[in-house]
Write a protein that binds this ligand. Structure first.
Ligand code: ADP
Ligand code: MG
Length: 698
């Protein structure tokens, strides 16, 4: 195999390529834009565009696209060719700075939640120079933000970039107070661990539910599931290994640092983790990773399922968002330091996160809310819908000592005094308790584990960045006006611990008793579904906070809330329609055919042997008959509920009706059909079984 370092990032217009292909002056201006957000001169843009085009054409590209992340779906792109007619009747390959900076996709069918209608008919895309352009197939993809003409964000990247800026601003204020004058900027870094399922294309094609909705809407339990725990970190099957190898290759070419891969808990479930990078780039790369995962699977006769819950009764797929704060000089602000002063600074950032997560449990919960993820979070599957923080016993004891002024064991009975004591070295807690936490401190970063496998990480990170920016702002306001910095700092940390320790939970997050304690004793929020949490996006405290940091305007928040709920409704509506259709046109006829076969068998047997009772056949035909009646009835009830849903005028009402009625009807229809599957001969059942799907890739 060719040396990876030879082709890693070969399809990316990254810093190395920029340095080699741009004049020193142009490179310097562009870096200033990337690092400090300086305004980009059109002459610089023209030079960058020309170099980008030459490089892209050299690497086989014929088209370019402004690549962006609309509010639904993974990514969007509209391809334009580089070709311009030349006066001599031929063509030349052209690409100007103007085309690089701004594009105008015909975006009228992207969701805007009413925004575009109020302002202008079309949106435009704007180049994000902080994320590198790359070549996919024959197309140069230019990462862009997508806005309305009034400047309202219509995508996920714009608020993410704004939230990074908000956090940068507040974190710098804090660092200055600690005497750090050399740090130019603070960025958040993310390493998202991506879970997915692989099944064969052949079986996928036979399941309308998978094709239309990404998950199985029917399916009796397989005799073998994940009870043996024999898949987790198990030997990777050759076909899957070949897939992973090609996937890595493709990702490496695109500069994605795909690093670890292993089997997950459920059969057919796997995980891919890249090495962490700046949040903005990590977000683009995760979108790209999901896309490439599906593409490469197709080449191997496989289908990559990114749905949060493709199979009932089997572990769903999530995405772990490992998040940290780092300075431009590479210092991780969530890493306990070596000196008392660094420790105090670390504790302040730690407290900022604790306070933020407690104050804005709702925003974090809703940032990961989708119809698909409700199957995991709301159904006592890892982790629960209640947001809490795992710190580990050692760090929790340190915080206790600070709060109460009592001695801490590790410091030989001395009191924990900020600015005086060095923190004890924390060992990374790798117990299972940590793995059940929605938000765990893992030594020098937080792992936010509530994200669904298909979520864009932009949504979680724009909220995470914003809520932490808010804590830091409150701290900075107080510290900047303090008479005595050290005592104010100590008091603020102490008070944060006292007020917010209710969000800290080091026990087992899957325990029933935890949910009770969390909600009844501690008063933590438990929004089990998307309709439960999403409307809280518009709570006054949330709107005030998000607008004050300029992450969102109020109009943008309203539109987003509407789009997310609308998306939830559409998703479930498609599922409901698919279910009713499968039940009526395939499942009932299949069960009927089998019943007829059994009845014919009984009749034939009776004709042959006088006095034969055929008790088994009679009982089975009766059972099949009852089940077809039930399936038909439940399908009809579901269809009636869908008609009722369509009569509801507002999206909140619709989402609540789905939560309270449609999902129950779907559950009842499924239960009847799954029972029928267990008594119908396999060759009559129209779909591959769970066993076939989960153990089909060899
Ligand atoms: P696990 O959670 O499975 O034990 P690791 O600790 O190796 O795995 O890390 C998982 C992910 O966390 C990887 O994507 C890794 O790059 C990322 N990560 C490691 N350190 C940091 C950090 N300081 N900031 C953000 N992400 C990080
Ligand atoms: Mg993890």
């Amino acid at each position: 195999m060719e040396n990876v370092s030879g082709y890693f990032g070969s399809m990316v217009f990254d810093d190395r390529v920029m340095k080699a292909n741009l004049s020193a002056g142009v490179y310097k201006s562009l870096r200033k834009t990337i690092d400090q957000g300086a305004k980009l001169d059109i002459s610089v843009a023209n030079a960058v565009a020309a170099a980008m085009k030459d490089w892209a054409v050299e690497h086989g590209a014929t088209h370019y696209t402004h690549w962006f992340q609309p509010l639904t779906g993974i990514t969007a792109e509209k391809h334009d060719s580089f070709i311009s007619p030349s006066p001599d009747g031929g063509v030349i390959m052209e690409f100007s700075g103007k085309e690089l900076i701004k594009g105008e996709p015909d975006a009228s069918s992207f969701p805007s939640g009413g925004l575009r209608a109020t302002f202008e008919a079309r949106g435009y895309t704007a180049w994000d120079p902080t994320s590198y352009a790359f070549i996919k197939g024959k197309t140069l993809c230019i990462p862009t933000a997508f806005c309305s003409y009034g400047g309202e964000a219509l995508d996920k990247k714009t608020p993410l970039l704004r939230s990074m800026e908000a956090l940068n601003k507040q974190a710098l204020r804090i660092l200055r107070l600690f005497g750090n004058s050399h740090v130019k900027c603070v960025r958040t870094c993310v390493g998202p661990e991506q879970e997915y399922f692989l099944i064969t294309k052949e079986m996928y094609d036979k399941r309308p539910d998978l094709r239309f909705t990404g998950r199985t809407l029917f399916g009796a339990k397989s005799p073998k599931g994940q009870e043996m725990d024999d898949h987790y970190f198990g030997v990777i099957k050759p076909r899957v290994a070949a897939y992973m190898e090609e996937l890595n290759d493709e990702l490496w070419k695109l500069g994605v640092l795909a690093k670890t891969e292993h089997n997950e808990v459920a059969p057919a479930q796997h995980e891919l983790a890249p090495i962490y990078t700046t949040t903005n780039i990590a977000t683009d790369q995760n979108q790209l990773t999901m896309e490439i995962m599906q593409k490469v699977a197709a080449k191997h006769g496989l289908v990559c399922l990114l749905h949060e819950k493709p199979f009932a009764g089997v572990n769903g797929s999530g995405k772990h968002n490992n998040w940290s704060l780092a300075t431009d000089s590479g210092v991780n602000l969530l890493s306990p330091g070596d000196t008392p002063y660094e420790n105090a600074q670390f504790l302040l950032f730690l407290c900022a996160v604790i306070k933020a997560v407690d104050d804005y449990q709702d925003l974090l919960r809703l940032s990961v809310a989708t119809a698909g993820n409700d199957h995991r979070l709301g159904a006592n599957e890892a982790p629960p819908a209640v947001v809490s923080i795992f710190l580990g016993d050692e760090l929790t004891e340190v915080l206790d000592a600070i709060e109460t002024g009592k001695p801490y064991r590790g410091t030989e009975k001395t009191q924990m005094k900020l600015g005086v004591n060095v923190l004890p070295k924390f060992n990374r807690d790798t117990t299972d308790r940590n793995r059940t936490s929605p938000f765990a401190f893992t030594g020098n970063k937080f792992e936010f584990r509530m994200l669904g496998s298909s979520n864009s990480i932009a949504c979680a990170n724009m909220m995470l960045n914003s809520v932490v920016a808010e804590s830091l702002k409150i701290y900075a306001d107080r510290l900047e006006g303090a008479q005595d910095f050290e005592s104010e700092l100590h008091e603020m940390i102490r008070k944060t611990i006292k007020d917010h320790k209710k969000i800290i939970f080091n026990g087992n997050g899957y325990d029933e008793s935890w949910i009770k304690e969390a909600t009844e004793k501690r008063g933590l929020l438990n929004y089990r579904t998307t309709p439960d949490c999403m409307p809280h996006l518009l709570d006054k405290k949330n709107v005030d906070m998000l607008t004050s940091h300029k992450v969102f305007s109020e109009a943008e928040l309203k539109s987003r809330c509407e789009i997310m709920l609308d998306n939830y409704c559409k998703t479930v509506l498609i599922e409901a329609n698919t279910m009713a259709d499968m039940a009526k046109t395939e499942i009932v006829p299949a069960v009927e055919t089998y019943a007829l076969e059994v009845a014919r068998t009984a009749a034939a047997k009776k004709a042959l042997v006088e006095g034969l009772a055929c008790t088994y056949e009679t009982g089975l035909v009766k059972k099949l008959s009852q089940l077809t009646d039930m399936i038909a009835l439940k399908a009809e009830e579901l269809e009636e509920a869908v008609v009722e849903l369509q009569g509801i005028g507002d999206v909140i009402g619709q989402s609540e009706f789905i939560r309270d009625t449609i999902l129950n009807k779907m559950g009842e229809l499924r239960a009847a059909s799954d029972e029928a599957e267990t008594v119908t001969a396999k060759k009559y059942w129209p779909y591959p079984s769970y066993g076939d799907l989960l153990f089909g890739v060899r």
